[in-house]
Write a protein that binds this ligand. Structure first.
Ligand code: CA
Length: 260
């Protein structure tokens, strides 16, 4: 019987000499199936990650509130909650990258469509090596900073239009750190995750609010107004937030990509 509610796993040393240099980033796995969790703990531990495994959503949430974590691997189907609901709760206080594990292909649409702040997903059955590769890719993108360059870099390129620093939950605009409220940060970071894509007010609400109030539109509009005012203080001539009437908002990164 495996009633191990939450189990600390030290980094395991790899047994091959192709072992990656230890990175020591902390990965939390929330997954109720011990066989899957064990395989992941082994694969990620072999890659030098510090891995902690929780079997239940509530234990994982408790761990996240007490411990710094660099990336979360989150099963959609947990015994005590759904991974979606848990991700929403986590997004109230953390911008930690999340990789969803799902047993059902139909759930992929929800992961992608709901804008609940997932960074990637993997459909079971998967190879632990595949997860490890994705985890490394996401950490490369999110560690330090996610830099979104508005145009091909030139020798005298201007600073990136936006720079996102998820671990510290801050965003830089044209080289200036923005002083954002929590909700402004969550709304802007949701737009930044999908540059040039139109996100509806409902999608923005889902990514920022745990318990959306009845009036989506006004709440989102208020925060967009706040973000715009702060961007304008930096560059009064430029408004990168595009309003799409009846649809939502997008970020114009000045890349000339077609808007979707
Ligand atoms: Ca499960």
């Amino acid at each position: 019987m495996r009633r191990q509610a939450c189990s600390a796993k030290a980094p395991q040393s790899a047994q091959t000499d192709k072992k990656a240099e230890p990175m020591g980033e902390r990965i939390l796995i929330i997954e109720d199936e011990a066989a899957i969790a064990d395989a992941l703990v082994y694969a990620l531990g072999s890659d030098g990650f510090e891995v902690h495994w929780c079997q239940l959503g509530r234990d994982g949430l408790d761990w996240l509130q007490r411990q710094p974590v660099d990336l979360l691997v989150l099963d959609v189907g947990l015994p005590d909650t759904s991974g979606f609901e848990l991700c929403r709760q986590i997004r109230q206080f953390s911008a930690v990258p999340v990789v969803f594990l799902t047993a059902r292909k139909e759930e992929v649409d929800r992961i992608v469509g709901l804008e609940i702040g997932a960074d990637d997903y993997v459909v079971k059955p998967f190879s632990p090596r595949e997860i490890s590769a994705r985890v490394r890719a996401i950490l490369r993108r999110s560690q330090g900073r996610v830099v979104i360059q508005p145009a091909p870099a030139a020798a005298d390129a201007p600073p990136a239009l936006f720079e996102h620093d998820p671990p510290r939950k801050r965003i830089r605009y044209q080289g200036h750190w923005l002083d954002l409220t929590r909700y402004e940060y969550l709304v802007l970071s949701a737009l930044l995750r999908h540059p040039e894509h139109v996100l509806s007010r409902e999608q923005l609400m889902d990514s920022a609010w745990d318990d959306p109030s009845a009036n989506f539109d006004r709440v989102v509009d208020t925060h967009i107004k706040g973000i715009r005012a702060k961007l304008k203080r930096i560059d009064p001539a430029h408004d990168p937030i595009v309003t799409h009437r009846g649809l939502g908002y997008s970020l114009d990164m000045g890349t000339g990509q077609p808007r979707t």
